[in-house]
Design a protein around this ligand. Structure first.
Ligand code: HEC
Length: 105
């Protein structure tokens, strides 16, 4: 194996391991959303939110790229309003949640 291909293999290993389990688990994301977010946000592909100020999840990607949301969630989503609690999610949970959101748009 040449030095160059060794380097490429290493890169691949690192990027794969950051998505433990090989990508988002959409179902886990959906159940996280149901558990943590559904009492305020509409978490389905249609509908209005129980909390009138909370934007429905299916409108999120119109407002921001979902990658931005991933960053915001990783930092413990800072939305600057008292109605929404701060969540501490693991990176896996965030991947799952974003993966789920991606299916709604
Ligand atoms: C207790 C109610 C409540 C819960 C639970 C809740 N939210 Fe919210 N969320 C809100 C409200 C209210 C807003 C709108 C705030 C505003 O625009 O001032 C909001 C706004 C947001 C926004 C938009 C922020 C922005 O800058 O406009 C995102 C993204 C979001 N919520 C994600 C989530 C996620 C993901 C969860 C579950 C992990 C969640 N929320 C759970 C009440 C809630």
């Amino acid at each position: 194996m040449t030095a160059a291909s060794g380097g490429a293999a290493l890169c691949l290993a690192v990027s794969v391991s950051s998505f433990a389990g090989g990508g988002p688990d959409i179902e886990a994301g959906a159940s996280l959303a149901a558990k943590l977010c559904a009492r305020c946000h509409a978490i389905g592909a249609t509908g209005t939110s129980p909390h009138e100020a909370a934007p429905p999840f299916h409108t999120f990607a119109q407002k921001w790229p979902l990658e931005n949301l991933e960053e915001a969630l990783a930092e413990g989503i800072v939305v600057g309003h008292p109605a929404m609690p701060v969540f501490e999610l693991s990176t896996d949970e965030i991947d799952d949640l974003i993966g789920y959101l991606g299916t709604l748009q």
